[in-house]
Design a protein around this ligand. Structure first.
Ligand code: NDP
Length: 276
């Protein structure tokens, strides 16, 4: 499995598994558990979740699905902005740990920026690290100016920024992705297949059929083509998980990348970071 290096030097898989919308429907539960387990078995050991997803239901599902293989995982969760304070972060983290059935997170993220000062969130994250509750911390949905502010506010230990990045959401290529690269911080690309909407695209389908791949694989391989990008697709079936896993071994040709550039051009000028 291709890997991406964290600022600490530790390597994590470039392809993980998302979990938004998981654990919310009883009739899908066994398929979702099987999908998560299959993903881990084939190397997609980075699991992304959040206290927000299903109001804790996704974390509970992951705890149930992967409790026995916890030591093989790189477990990522996120705190609501209103919980990212000196007063509330430890409690939010403890609740996530309980649902996940573990005693620590590998990475804990601020889900998006709210009214708590970034310096306070950084301090609260560092306290959790010192207490052994988390190994690393980071942020999500922060644009370049927010990242500058974070680093200036004693937040230099931030390990990543999880952002919306896929063929139809290329704004971050202007300055955020280069900024992260300059600071040795990987980006985690969320919604890498645009929640499934990308998969109906004709150009993607044509490239996929020419190289014996699927549209999802081409979209994921495109996101992972850049060093320092971790893609975290969510898949609720074993078939989708296995299909996605193969994308980590797919290298797109220069000609295919040029075709994709033409079909999905990056915005001409800088735009604020989009989020879902
Ligand atoms: P994705 O782009 O990962 O798309 C998920 C959808 O694509 C699901 O409907 C899934 O269907 C489908 N899909 C996945 N693989 C395939 C495949 N091989 N073939 C066909 N369909 C496929 O969207 P998400 O929004 O879920 O993003 C991924 C993860 O990123 C989230 O689950 C979450 O963990 C994280 N995230 C973080 C955000 C943040 O603010 N930090 C915001 C949004 C997401 P099926 O389930 O049937 O397999």
């Amino acid at each position: 499995m291709k890997t991406v290096t964290l600022p600490s030097g530790e390597k994590v898989p470039a392809l993980g598994q998302g979990s938004w919308m998981m654990g919310e429907r009883r009739e899908r539960r066994s398929d979702e558990i099987a999908a998560l387990r299959a993903g881990v078995e084939c190397g997609m050991t980075l699991i992304d979740t959040a206290e927000m997803y299903g109001d804790g239901a996704a974390e509970t599902l992951i705890g149930e699905a992967l409790g026995d293989v916890r030591d093989h995982l790189f477990l990522v969760s996120k705190a609501y902005p209103q919980n990212a304070s000196r007063k509330h972060l430890a409690g939010a983290c403890e609740a996530s740990l309980k649902r996940l059935g573990t005693d620590h997170l590998d990475l804990y993220l601020l889900h998006w920026r709210g009214s708590v000062p970034l310096a306070e969130t950084a301090e609260a994250m560092e306290a959790l690290k010192s207490a052994g509750k988390i190994r690393y911390w980071g942020v999500s949905n922060l644009d370049t100016d927010d990242m500058e502010e974070l680093v200036a506010a004693d937040g230099g230990a931030c390990a990543t920024d999880q952002i919306l990045y896929n063929l139809t959401r290329r704004g971050a290529e202007h300055d955020l992705l280069p900024w992260l690269g300059d600071h040795d911080m990987p980006a985690m690309a969320y919604s890498p297949v645009e929640q499934g909407r990308l998969l109906a695209d004709r150009t993607l389908a044509t490239i996929a059929s020419n190289i014996g791949a699927t549209s999802a694989q081409v979209a994921l391989a495109w996101a992972m083509r850049r060093d320092g990008v971790i893609a975290i697709p969510k898949a609720g079936s074993i078939d989708h998980v296995r299909e996605n896993r193969a994308a980590a071994d797919l290298i797109l040709s220069d000609a295919d990348l040029a075709t994709l550039d033409a079909a999905f051009p990056r915005p001409r000028t800088r735009r604020p970071l989009e989020m879902l």
